[in-house]
Design a binder for this molecule. Structure first.
Ligand SMILES: O=C(O)CCC(=O)C(=O)O
Ligand SMILES: [Fe+2]
Length: 279
């Protein structure tokens, strides 16, 4: 395990979530994205016109409302599928709790979970989760397209888009009440294509460089963290780095974060299209 350094994550400036493909801005951002995903497998996407609507305060309030529910209520949403539904109360990571929402771009799918947690309904919660997920998916879409174009794989992009589904995970980490760092979430790589993450103010997300050093991300409130996963490494024949990352916590502040995971649809296996095509 490597030591700490003063290395920083690449920061890529985006004007909006609506950069038009083929414009000079698109091409400039695209080449920075390519470099960042090859070298780090992670970067901070900083927005001039911050696209979060509802605003972060409204989202974090919705997350507090969710995690403040009694444990037995949250446990109604435990899933057989790994990392779906409610996760928490794990002895190895006692600070961690999370809730997953499958296909959160569909209001109907979000409402299914909301109605289990609040049988009397909670339309404003569903609306917040749904519109937040839609924003995150716009960035995911743009990143995947930029990666495909910059690696000459655009003719395979539609197939890839048809093979993916989304999972939103919202996470809560208690402050450990120590000045020493404690593991919030153990080191891992994401198994999917791309993860777009937003952290609500409290730092703790760390990524490991290819040299083995750990870097702490401290994104601005107008930034998302973009993480590339193993399925994208496979799809690009190893050109994209699947970065090892973890959450480390200290102090007494509770950390909230939310990530949209673009993963392989059930029954779909993501392989390298170029290799299949016999290149
Ligand atoms: O909560 C975070 O900041 C990161 C979570 C994460 O890496 C994951 O759920 O895969
Ligand atoms: Fe992760």
């Amino acid at each position: 395990m490597g030591s700490e350094t003063t290395d920083n994550l690449p920061i890529i400036e985006f004007s909006t979530l609506d950069i038009k493909a083929g414009t000079p801005e698109w091409n400039s951002v695209k080449s920075q994205v390519r470099k960042a995903v090859e070298e780090y497998g992670c970067f901070e996407a900083l927005f001039e016109e911050f696209p979060l609507q509802p605003p972060p305060e409204a989202i974090v309030n919705a997350l507090k409302e969710l995690f403040d529910l009694p444990l037995e209520t949250k446990m109604r949403e435990v899933s057989q599928k790994p990392l779906h539904g409610y996760c928490g109360q794990w002895p190895e990571v006692p600070l961690y709790e999370s809730m997953g929402f499958e296909e959160p771009i569909s209001m109907h799918m979000v409402e299914k979970v909301t109605n289990i947690l609040w049988p009397e309904g909670n339309p404003s919660f569903s609306k917040t989760i749904h519109s937040f997920s839609k924003k995150l998916s716009e960035l995911d879409h743009m990143i995947r397209r930029m990666v495909a174009e910059s690696m000459g794989l655009e003719k395979y992009l539609e197939d890839l888009n048809n093979s993916k589904s989304y999972l939103l995970r919202v996470n809560k980490y208690e402050g450990p009440l120590t000045s020493e760092k404690m593991v919030g979430l153990m080191a891992h790589t994401d198994k999917g294509l791309v993860t777009v993450l937003y952290q609500f103010q409290v730092d703790g997300f760390e990524v490991q460089t290819q040299e083995g050093h750990w870097i702490t991300a401290n994104p601005s409130p107008s930034s998302f963290l973009v993480v590339t996963g193993e399925a994208l490494r496979t799809w690009t024949s190893g050109r994209v780095h699947a970065v090892c990352h973890r959450v480390m916590m200290s102090g007494n502040r509770t950390r909230y974060a939310a990530g949209l995971f673009a993963v392989a649809k059930t029954g779909c296996v993501i392989t390298a299209p170029e290799e299949q095509a016999g290149k």
